[in-house]
Write a protein that binds this ligand. Structure first.
Ligand SMILES: [Zn+2]
Length: 408
């Protein structure tokens, strides 16, 4: 009998809970180094043992006085904890058992059976069906374009959102670059829904859609996103093979042709911030870069969505030089949304889409780091999708209106 129950249990088990990569007893630490000595200690620790950085996204970005969140395997957790204590670093354990959190997120989901929802995280199949449906239901407002294919051959869909009248200025919106940042694609879906459902009701949105088009890429790194639903919830990079290495994937946000392979990127295919074998070596990067180059004449703004930390950032990340319109960018951010409490220049990084777009001539380029401040990080519960998207929507409308007013 026991055997039978066990066997049935296997049959009805929601598919996603059995992700191949498990995180039993893996911990997520939050450490706040107080001075340079502690920063250097953390950097040394990261070179000695495998730490997976959640925020900031690599060891290069650690600065004194700011929180550093990283994930550690179960067999290293005690060692790391001891080292932190020996060196008198303040720390907190955000997750004691990451596997439990992942199971909570997938619990009862049987995701392949449930319908698409703006208040839930949707897998790629549901997002594809949604792109088709929202275009069909809003023929005068939304059209779906395939801009290319991913490494694994999935079509990369872009939604063009705006009232169909002649040649218009464009804001390009990119979501889902880093696979595990699920709140980002959720926002892109929310944005399209809000745009279509408030047209004619909300004055600001109506004006925006009458005068501009939004090109919305709901998931940039589709192969990686699929992987987070089927194999490894914490995957970040794309899924391309690397010659001379067993490690898979490139960080698409280090792969653009802008100071490629220099500041805060890695040439080791096993690193999370691996920049690829050359600029635009990745299929996904190439497709998006080509599309943007082809449409440069009309694109006035570029907005990219990541998580987490609730910050809004702007160029440059590859140099400490200020962008020529630095003051304008700062003022805009200060007025944009109370939800984005902090304002920072982009973290140092090279090959990022934001800087690339800026240097291609798109003078309004921003990165949002969505919720939260790290209580849940990448495991942000679905109950937070609505407040996150609402506050972000306010900021995006504010920025878009400014672009409309200032970029002919
Ligand atoms: Zn990211």
């Amino acid at each position: 009998m026991k055997f039978l129950v066990f066997f049935l249990g296997l049959l009805v088990r929601p598919q996603a809970v059995s992700l191949a990569r498990r995180f039993d007893s893996e911990k997520v630490f939050r450490v706040t180094p107080q001075n340079e000595t502690q920063v250097n200690f953390l950097k040394e620790l990261a070179s000695a043992v495998q730490l997976d950085f959640w925020h900031p996204d690599s060891v290069h970005h650690i600065v004194a006085g700011t929180d550093v969140d990283f994930q550690v395997s179960s067999y290293l957790a005690n060692h790391v904890q001891m080292k932190l204590e020996q060196n008198e670093l303040q720390y907190e354990i955000l997750f004691h058992n990451l596997q439990e959190e992942i199971e909570k997120q997938f619990k009862g989901k049987s995701y392949f059976l449930k319908k698409h929802s703006y208040l839930k995280y949707n897998d790629w199949d549901k997002i594809v069906a949604w792109t088709e449906r929202i275009a069909r239901n809003n023929p005068k407002m939304v059209s779906r374009i395939e801009i290319g294919k991913t490494y694994e051959g999935r079509p990369m869909y872009l939604l063009k959102v705006g009232k169909e009248t002649g040649r218009k200025r464009v804001i390009f919106i990119e979501c889902g670059t880093h696979a595990r940042e699920w709140i980002s694609p959720a926002f892109c879906q929310w944005f399209v829904k809000q745009a279509t459902s408030t047209y004619g009701k909300d004055k600001e949105m109506t004006k925006l859609l009458d005068s501009m088009n939004f090109y919305v890429l709901p998931v940039f790194n589709i192969d990686g996103y699929v992987w987070t639903w089927t194999e490894n919830r914490m995957w970040r990079k794309n899924r391309s093979n690397n010659s001379n290495s067993d490690c898979i994937g490139t960080d698409l946000n280090r792969n653009f042709k802008v100071a490629w392979g220099t500041e805060s990127s890695s040439d080791d295919p096993c690193d999370e911030i691996y920049c690829g074998s050359s600029a635009e070596s990745e299929q996904e990067t190439k497709e998006i870069a080509n599309f943007i180059r082809d449409h440069l004449a009309v694109i006035r703004g570029y907005i990219s969505f990541h998580s987490y930390s609730q910050m809004l950032m702007f160029p440059y990340g590859y140099t400490y030089k200020m962008a020529p319109n630095h003051v304008e960018l700062v003022n805009l951010i200060m007025g944009s949304s109370p939800g984005f409490s902090k304002m920072y220049k982009l973290n140092p990084a090279s090959g990022a889409s934001l800087d690339w777009a800026y240097d291609e001539g798109i003078k309004h380029a921003y990165v949002f780091e969505l919720r939260d401040h790290g209580r849940y990080g990448f495991m942000l519960p679905e109950s937070k999708i609505r407040p996150t998207c609402k506050e972000t929507m306010l900021a995006v409308k504010y920025i878009a209106s400014h672009i409309l007013a200032s970029a002919p």
